[in-house]
Design a protein around this ligand. Structure first.
Ligand SMILES: [Zn+2]
Length: 72
């Protein structure tokens, strides 16, 4: 009965695969984001939450990963 579960980890919002804790997307999806979006999303400042919302919204309406844009 050693069923370890990390309940704090949510699946990747793009492909629903498991992703690392604290990450916005799984590794392959993250690699499909434009470099600019990746840089902005990697920054942990006062706008980090807003960028995550932008990412989530665009994924929800079906924007392809390669075309996602967030606040720089
Ligand atoms: Zn993914």
């Amino acid at each position: 009965m050693s069923n370890k579960q990390t309940t704090t980890t949510t699946p990747c919002p793009s492909c629903q695969q498991p992703k690392g804790p604290g990450k916005y997307l799984c590794y392959p999806c993250w690699g499909n984001l434009p470099g600019l979006a990746r840089r902005a999303l990697s920054r942990r400042d006062s706008k980090a939450m807003a960028r995550l919302q932008e990412l989530r919204l665009q994924l929800a309406i079906g924007v392809p990963l390669a075309e996602i844009e967030v606040t720089p």
